[in-house]
Design a protein around this ligand. Structure first.
Ligand code: ARG
Length: 563
């Protein structure tokens, strides 16, 4: 039973309002002394033509107190509801325990398809820390939507097209060594690329060669394609190592080159629909009515652009997956690009253009400034993960030298800390990455949550096999109630996370849960001589453990049983 929804329904019935609207208005007071749920009446002042405190009294007068409400109080413009603790604890705990590790799992997405474009790395370029946000946010959304019953399609829209690949082949032909490239893969490619740029400053013909090689790729020349495919494979092998560690999967790796044979049709369609205009030799779609600069579709040499490929990709995704949402988890630097692409789709007459959404996120930088692409310094994500794991292992070796499987646990904690740090705030905010902060076991960090989970787990294990006799009255205190409320709202938080495409809602919620749990743990003994009360407190601990583990796994973070 959803107590808040039911309460909203009763209020709505009493005063003739819409139930969903009232539910939207119902708040959880920050301090439980002010009640368990509160209705701010300010918004109703206009429609009910009364001062908010009067409205609160009016509603209280008309409302039949439901059995789960112990008391209702008017406080200024608020109507505060106090749950009947006995009823509340018993009902919520009953439901949470019955669902077990599946608490929050839902079918609301059944029959609906969500396409998520995330990670979308560039071939022959390092998988750097800047791609971490796209990868972590996209993958978390993938897992959360799936858990709510949606069909999810994860797409890695690889950056595998462009003149730079012609240049890379040129460099390889002049100075490349197969052994070196097979051994060092992207690092070696990067070196070749940098060398080409340097030498081309003296020797302009290298750029011509680069263009010629790119033309060969475009024309399907066997040698050019073979070399390019080899670079692509090496890049992906390297990326897949990182994906495995981050627990990230994709259903499709259709990147920019996949649309080579599909961009022509888009250009033709734009022509037919009279949307294409010549401008300085190039072809553009004007977007004046959207107050946007024109979208360039064809360059003066006839080459297509990133945007042209995204138009083809959106059409392809619509045809192939018939999506309900088509999400792009890409940095906010590309805001304009996506606005333009969506506006062109709209001008093409596609009603589904409004199902496309740019899920933008902020920049990632390292605290000591090592991540400055302008200076040519890139930080490989793999190195960041390795460093996090190494530092974790050092901490474990010092603090818990007796722990078994230390290396595996350090991997889970180190990688988890990095993922947590990217998902620990609203995605649009810029992030400054600091090792000291993310590996802190006390602050709001991944390790802190993992530690709380492991501690709950050891309590449950120590308590051993228990029977089902409960005495829920032992949970009718502030600390336990705080925990139970967070358990109760977990399913709703997952739904909100998909509505706003904000995995951070989940991070915040399970962080609150871990904090509430630690507070409870500090004030209350779990195991004592009273069998039924012990059963009940262990059951609460178990519920917290399971929800923490589920929440972490939806974020892509592992929860080791011991730490
Ligand atoms: N490869 C691009 C980059 O690294 C991101 C691609 C995002 N997806 C898309 N459909 N445009 O900037």
């Amino acid at each position: 039973m959803d107590i808040k929804a039911s309460l909203a329904g009763e209020i709505a019935k009493a005063v003739g309002l819409d139930g969903a609207e009232v539910l939207d208005m119902l708040e959880t007071p920050p301090d439980p002394k002010m009640g368990d749920a509160a209705l701010p009446c300010f918004k109703l002042a206009k429609t009910m033509k009364m001062a908010p405190p009067k409205i609160a009294e009016e509603i209280m007068g008309k409302l039949q107190k439901p059995e789960y409400i112990a008391e209702i109080r008017v406080a200024g413009g608020y109507l505060n509801f106090f749950y009947d603790k006995t009823f509340y604890v018993k009902t919520v705990m009953g439901e949470v325990l019955a669902a077990g590790t599946d608490w929050g799992k839902a079918k609301i997405g059944a029959g609906k398809t969500i396409v998520i474009d995330y990670s979308s790395i560039n071939i022959a370029k390092p998988f750097h820390i800047g791609h971490l946000s796209s990868t972590a946010i996209g993958s978390a959304l993938y897992k959360i939507y799936s858990y709510l019953g949606y069909d999810v399609v994860g797409v890695n829209h690889l950056g595998d097209w462009g003149t730079q690949f012609g240049k890379l082949i040129t460099a390889y032909k002049h100075w490349g060594s197969d052994d070196e490239i097979n051994k060092n893969s992207v690092s070696a490619m990067l070196e070749l690329y940098v060398r080409l740029h340097k030498e081309a400053e003296q020797d302009e013909s290298l750029n011509d060669e680069g263009r010629a090689w790119f033309k060969k790729i475009e024309d399907g020349d066997e040698e050019a394609l073979r070399i390019f495919e080899w670079f692509k494979e090496l890049t992906l092998n390297e990326a897949k190592r990182v994906y495995d560690r981050l627990d990230v999967q994709f259903d499709s790796y259709a990147g920019e080159s996949f649309y080579n044979d599909k961009v022509g049709a888009v250009v033709d369609e734009l022509k037919e629909k009279n949307l294409l205009e010549e401008s300085d030799g190039a072809y553009v779609v004007r977007l004046d009515e959207h107050k946007l600069p024109p979208a360039i579709i064809l360059k003066s040499d006839g080459a297509t652009l990133y945007a042209t490929r995204d138009l083809a990709a959106a059409k392809y995704r619509h045809q192939t997956y018939d999506f309900d949402k088509n999400l792009y988890v890409v940095a906010y630097q590309q805001n304009l690009h996506f606005k333009q692409v969506f506006a062109v789709l709209e001008k093409m007459g596609y009603g589904w253009a409004d199902k496309c959404e740019h899920v933008a996120f902020g920049m990632v930088s390292l605290e000591d400034g090592t991540l400055s692409t302008r200076e040519g310094k890139v930080v490989f994500l793999e190195d960041v993960l390795n460093a996090a794991v190494e530092k974790t292992l050092a901490i474990i070796n010092e603090k818990s030298p007796e722990l078994e499987n230390r290396a595996a646990i350090a991997e889970d904690i180190g990688v988890g800390a990095v993922i947590y740090s990217t998902l620990s705030q609203s995605r649009i905010k810029d992030i400054t990455f600091s090792f000291d902060r993310v590996l802190n076991f006390d602050g709001e960090t991944g390790p802190y949550l993992q530690y709380c989970h492991a501690r709950c787990n050891s309590v449950v294990e120590r308590a051993g096999e228990r029977n089902a006799k409960m005495d829920y009255s032992v949970l009718e205190n502030d600390e336990a109630m705080a925990v139970i409320k967070l358990l109760e709202s977990f399913p709703q938080v997952l739904v909100s996370a998909t509505e706003k495409n904000e995995p951070f809602y989940v991070t915040r919620h399970i962080t609150d849960l871990a904090q509430a749990c630690n507070k409870y743990y500090f004030e209350h003994k779990i195991i004592d001589d009273n069998e039924e009360q012990t059963n009940t407190r262990v059951a609460l601990t178990k519920a917290v453990r399971d929800v923490l583990k589920r929440g972490l796994s939806l974020l892509g973070i592992k929860a080791p049983d011991k730490m």
